[in-house]
Each structure stands twice: as C-alpha cells, then as structure tokens.
Design a protein around this ligand. Sequence first.
Ligand SMILES: Cc1ncc(COP(=O)(O)O)c(C=O)c1O
Length: 393
Amino acid sequence: MDPRFFAKRAAALSDSSLKEVLETHPGIISFAGGLPDEQAFPIEQIQEVARRIATSPRAWQYLPTEGDPALREAVAEHVASFGIQAGVDNILITQGSQQALDLISMAFIDPGDKVLLEAPGYLGAIGAVQNYEAEIVDIPVGEEGVDPDRLAQAPQGAKFFYTVSTFHNPTGCSIPVDKRRELLEVAAAKNFLIVEDGAYRELCFDGDAQPPIKSFDTDERVIYLGSFSKSLVPGVRVGWVVAAKEIIKRLALLKQAVDLASNTLGQLFVLHWLREYGLRPPVELYKEKRDRALAALEKEMPPDVAWNRPQGGFFLWIRLPALLDATAMLSRARQEGVTYVPGAAFRGAPSSLRFSFSQVQPEEIAPGVERLARVITKELERARKRTSKSPVA
Ligand SMILES: Cc1ncc(COP(=O)(O)O)c(C=O)c1O
C-alpha cells in the first residue's frame, strides 16, 4: 500500500521493541511482564456474577456515554474512601484508564502543545500524548517521584503534568504527602493541569497509601484516573475519570464519537461485583511476591546495586552502577535465563531496569534474582576490566 495514505502520526509509529522483551520463553524467568497475575482472578465468583447479569436484557443494551449511573455512584463512593469528594456528574466511566488518557489528550492537546511527563514514565501515557502530537517535556523521577522544584523549572505554557503518584509504573515509588501538596502549588503557580493516574493505588501492602493529589485540589486543577484492572480484573476494561463537571462534559462529548459508550457487560459486572463482594484487591499475593523479591535482592545483589522498597503495586526499580547498560546486558541475562525491561525503554537512565514481580510465580523469584545477580556481577567485572585497561587521558 502507498504509505502516503497514512497520516504523519500513524506513519511515524514503529513496532514496539518492547514486544520482544515481554515475550516469555520456557526456561527464562521473567521480571519483564507487568500484567496482573491470573492466579489472582477469583474465577468461580466471577463466573457466578457474570452468569447472573447475563440473564438481564439490559446487560446487552447500550448505556449512557458517561457510564452506568449506579456505577458512577459506586465510583464516587469508592474515591470518597481515599479523600476525593465527587458527585456523579464529576465521574466518567471509560474503557480502562487507558481510554481516559486518550480522551484527555484529545481534549487538551493541540499539535505542538507542551505536556510534562515523568521520566521514566508509563509508556501508555507517552503513546497517548504522542498520538495528538504533543511536545513531551521530561520531568525526572527520583526515589520520591517528581521533585516539586524540578517541576517548577518546567517551561511555561504546558497543558498538563501527568503523574502516576502512587506505586509508580515503572519505578514503584510513591510521592510523599508534603510533596504532593507542593506539586499542586507549582501547578497553580505555573497554571497547568495535573493528570493523576491512580491505576495501582488500591494495591497497597503496608498501611495506607498516601492521599491522592486530587484530595487537596480546591480549584479543579487535578483530573484523577482510576481503574478496576489491577484491583479486580483487566478484562472488563472499566476505568474512570474524576474531574470538574465541565471537563467531564467535554470528555463525554468526545467519547461519543469514539465509541458511543463503554461496554455494558463490563460495567454491570463491576457494579454487581462491588455490591456482592466489595472491592477486595489481591494485596496479599503481590505483597508476598514483593517480600520475596526484596529478600532475594538483599541476599544476592553485589554492592553498588541499589533498589527501592515499593509499598504497593507491581514494580521495583533497580539502579546499576553507571558503567553498566541494562539494554546491552539484556542478551546476556537471557542466556542466563532471566529477563527484565531496561529502564531506557521508559525514558529512564541506561543503567536502570524495571523489575516486575506481578506475573512471576513466587517460587521463581529467588532463582530469578540469583541469575540476575550473576549476570550483573559478571558484567561489572567485564566493564571494570575494560575501564582499567583504557589509556588514561
Ligand atoms: C500507570 C498505568 N495507567 C494506566 C494503565 C491502563 O490500565 P487500564 O486501561 O487497564 O485501566 C496502566 C496499565 O498497565 C498503567 O500501568
């Protein structure tokens, strides 16, 4: 086909090199995949709720574009449990929070507009804003997420700052509460919106998650995204947006031309699930995996390798000595029977990597970390030899 038929934004797309990284192979222990663990899906109860709703003709009818009214109410109640005050008119149900990212980009980005993204950051957000030809401005993520002082250095005129404030993808970090307030102050002072993505917040292992930035928002500056993908099941494709009524109205108008409405079966399933069982995120399963990962890292990793201790979510972030390149190291890791996603894939430092503990089986974690530690140790020896041989300038 003649490639000139494609719009520039479609022609510029390349097949994600991540596809290969995320492939699983027998004998290779993968810390790459970031999907939920299917063992966490309560299949019997799911079947029972699905069977019950499927007998109603309403389950096969269109719903309003904004979402099922009772589900919107249930979401309002849910977000109130972590400090976000919202009425039904402040809520839009979407096909997963990924659709929310698309609609928000559609609503706010004209080609060339500046958008502030975390680096390293969530690939789905990078893709969403790129589709609308945003100019991406990277804001570095440290151990405590984005630093308000760094955000304050962002260029003028940005439309919004996007943050996965709690149990970040890809690093696992969470922004401390005082910094959340400061980020909001910076956004007000520089006059841009904040898009806060809470995709992982319900998966909290230790104590309570930090209050969302949205809970401090008194001037409708924050758009909050949530999802049932990690706390229940992703196959229902149900997420939501909490925002000012005016924003919800515009997003719904745009959504009409995208898909008329989110899928009915998924919405009714979530509603009935919440009524029957309440939201019971599979926290214990992921906490156990996190704990096994931390214990193995502590035991196996050579000195000079650092990592964080996420309080929830699916990921932790490993920082290798700067002389190592996690992308170059990947083929050797595969030979040793272990894999991960290099940090550079998320616009992070070349010497960093994302270690996902969500999909790996618990008993594979310790042997996987042992393999990873072996690769890193060998690569370090090689790199140190190389640098000690290079002539002194
Ligand atoms: C940070 C973040 N936001 C949003 C999503 C999208 O999830 P969903 O569309 O299933 O709600 C994901 C999926 O992995 C994610 O990691």
